[in-house]
Design a binder for this molecule. Structure first.
Ligand SMILES: Nc1ncnc2c1ncn2[C@@H]1O[C@H](COP(=O)(O)OP(=O)(O)OP(=O)(O)O)[C@@H](O)[C@H]1O
Ligand SMILES: [Mg+2]
Length: 260
């Protein structure tokens, strides 16, 4: 236990990921990224489109084989998806033949929640995610934002101690984004799981996270790593006007404007 007590939840060391191409050299997407995520830490990753943000999440949960370097979770090298890791994909991965309630229930089943608790857990999440009235709807009958909320429900039902979230609120309107961000923080503040949260939205990254890691254009390297020393609990709307918040978002904007 001593090792896992002190090890970071996630350790990425000099990670290289390259995708083979039929008539060209492999496409180098990550070229030597190193990143540690501590227990209970909320890390946001921002970077240009196509820089490798989804790729690093997939590598952390063992869905991609590195061309070099290492990934470990809780001190153990990752080769297949570790059970303590929950992943919310950029494109929702709801089961199309299952209703909203059934999709969320799958999370509870995978997460080993006792069967007697499934129904209560599913209905609490449906209320939390404001999907009431759509329990029996199929994914194709939902809006993009509703599908994202159902996917979040499945992740929360799974109750992982490490959450990898790939633009989870990308399809939501501003108001719903704030509501969902608030809920995510409430859950995280209560249970302090580790979160790696990929987003295009710099303000969202600063508002939610303890740290914001900024990727360059492909092949990605880390151009900046900011500690967000804003007090918690955070008021996601009011804080956007505060000087420290504005300074940080401006700094990240200028990092992203750097040439590749
Ligand atoms: N399975 C794959 N096979 C081949 N190339 C891939 C694969 N997955 C991603 N890529 C390439 O890797 C690069 C990085 O993709 P990735 O999805 O990680 O970007 P991203 O930073 O998440 O972008 P976005 O912000 O648009 O979601 C892109 O050029 C993409 O074409
Ligand atoms: Mg992506």
């Amino acid at each position: 236990m001593a090792l896992t007590d002190t090890a970071p939840r996630v350790r990425v060391e000099n990670l290289r990921i390259a995708f083979p191409r039929p008539d060209a050299a492999p496409l180098e997407v990550l070229s030597g990224i190193s990143l540690d995520v501590a227990d209970g830490e909320f890390v946001a990753v921002v970077g240009p489109s196509g820089s490798g943000k989804s790729t690093i999440l997939r590598a952390i949960c063992g869905l991609l084989k590195p061309a070099g370097g290492r990934v470990s979770v809780d001190g153990r090298p990752v080769t297949t998806p570790p059970p303590e890791v929950g992943f919310m994909f950029q494109k929702d991965a709801l089961l199309p033949w299952c209703t909203v309630a059934e999709n969320i229930r799958v999370g509870a089943e995978l997460g080993g929640v006792a069967r007697a608790e499934h129904a209560g857990r599913v209905s609490a999440l449906i209320r939390l995610l404001r999907l009431d009235g759509f329990e029996d709807a199929f994914p194709k009958q939902l809006s993009g934002g509703m599908r994202q909320r159902a996917s979040l429900g499945r992740l929360l039902a799974y109750n992982p101690s490490l959450m990898l979230m790939d633009e989870p609120f990308g399809a939501l309107d501003y108001q719903t984004k704030i509501v969902m961000g608030r809920e995510l923080l409430r859950i995280w503040e209560a249970e302090r799981r580790a979160i790696i949260f990929v987003t295009h939205d710099i303000e969202e990254a600063v508002a939610l996270a303890d740290r914001v890691v900024v990727f360059s254009a492909r092949p990605a390297r880390i151009v900046a790593d900011y500690a967000v020393d804003l007090p918690r609990p955070r008021d996601l709307r009011a804080m956007r006007g505060e000087a420290a918040f504005v300074r940080l978002t401006e700094a990240i904007w200028s990092d992203l404007a750097l040439p590749a």
